[in-house]
Design a protein around this ligand. Structure first.
Ligand code: UGA
Ligand code: MN
Length: 317
């Protein structure tokens, strides 16, 4: 019995070594981490990632994630809510986001399409993303699609409703509103993960300035550095705060408003339902680091798209 075991072990040994060398060439990280335990833990990670891909493939009409709320690790799950709508740059935006989010541990992407049904583009994109996700949709009524009207109100509210219906007191999580046209550093997610109630941090390239930020004194938010509508109760962009999942669940009526909503007031109107300025938790070195940018994407020039005689094949962009 023992000898069979040893024979098999020695047959397998060279193959294990080859795998280790290949992984090493791939990562170019030999000089930093070259212990056997490192390779074994990497193999573990690969298996974990595959599992995530499989869970996301089983889809239903409202959600494509079959994951339960139970955490594989003790880290709180980051629920990023992304409203999105069909336009020439949509897939490029989602690609940039997915490339970032894939590197964030314990991450759950809630993508809410501004559409009457799941589009093929987004469904296919999410299925191939390798991320744990939930795919929802709700169409913004035409009367709200005007300049000066807040965007994505219905989509964010639908995502909050999903969390309230599918998560409970036993789930540890942090909820963040991640618009599809921003740029997110990985460090941002580790900052927000420790949010106890509501946390805040600076946002770059917003409010007509290089950045906006909460002003902090002795660990408390005492005001706002902003160039735009300084009288907002919470002078902060949607990308500048995160909320503990339990705060979302214990304030079931906290929603984004349509009635009486004024431009730029969505964040304040929402935040004042769940917190006070003095209770905010400053992150990113007392709000002195920019870890997220309100980049926005240039309107794409399609001036030379042929009206007739288009390409002979359909190509998704
Ligand atoms: C600013 C804020 O950063 C947004 O969080 C806020 O929702 C928005 O103002 C507002 O006016 O309500 P801005 O760059 O002007 O952002 O807005 P967009 O990025 O165009 O829209 C915010 C999100 O809503 C994006 O994820 C976008 O894909 C989505 N959206 C936009 C829709 O789902 N439907 C639309 O018709 C427009
Ligand atoms: Mn934006």
């Amino acid at each position: 019995m023992k000898s069979i075991f040893y024979t098999r072990f020695f047959i397998l040994l060279p193959w294990i070594l080859i795998v280790i060398i290949v992984i090493d060439i791939d990562t170019k990280r030999l000089s930093v981490r070259n212990t056997a335990s490192f390779y074994l833990s990497r193999l573990g990670n690969v298996q974990q990632q595959r599992q995530v891909v499989r869970t996301t493939r089983s889809s239903s009409s409202t959600t494509s994630s079959s994951s339960s709320g139970s955490n594989a690790t003790s880290l709180p799950v980051i629920y990023a809510i992304t409203p999105t709508y069909s336009r020439a740059v949509q897939k490029a935006e989602l690609t940039r986001l997915a490339n970032t989010f894939r590197q964030v541990p314990q991450f759950h992407w809630i993508v809410v399409e501004d559409s009457n049904s799941h589009t093929e583009l987004v469904s296919r994109f999410l299925a191939r993303s390798g991320l744990r996700y939930t795919h929802l949709n709700v169409f913004t009524p035409r009367r709200f699609k005007r300049t000066g009207m807040p965007r994505a109100t219905e989509q964010r509210n639908l995502a909050l409703g999903w969390l309230r219906g599918h998560r409970s007191v036993k789930d540890k999580g942090v909820v963040f509103f991640a618009d599809d046209d921003n740029t997110y550093s990985l460090a941002l997610f580790e900052e927000m993960r420790s949010t106890r109630r509501v946390s805040v941090w600076p946002v770059g390239l917003v409010g007509g300035r290089r950045y906006e930020r909460p002003l902090v004194e002795e660990g408390k938010v005492v005001g706002w550095y902003t160039g735009w509508k300084a009288d907002r109760p919470f002078a902060i962009d949607m990308a500048g705060f995160a909320v503990n999942l339990q705060v979302i669940l214990s304030n079931p009526r906290a929603l984004f408003k349509r009635r009486g909503a004024k431009p730029g007031m969505q964040e304040s109107d929402f935040l004042k339902q769940i917190t006070k300025v003095e209770d905010l938790e400053p992150k990113a070195k007392n709000c002195t680091q920019v870890l997220v940018w309100h980049t926005r994407t240039e309107k794409v020039n399609l001036g030379n798209e042929p009206k007739r005689q288009q390409d002979s094949v359909y190509i998704e962009v």
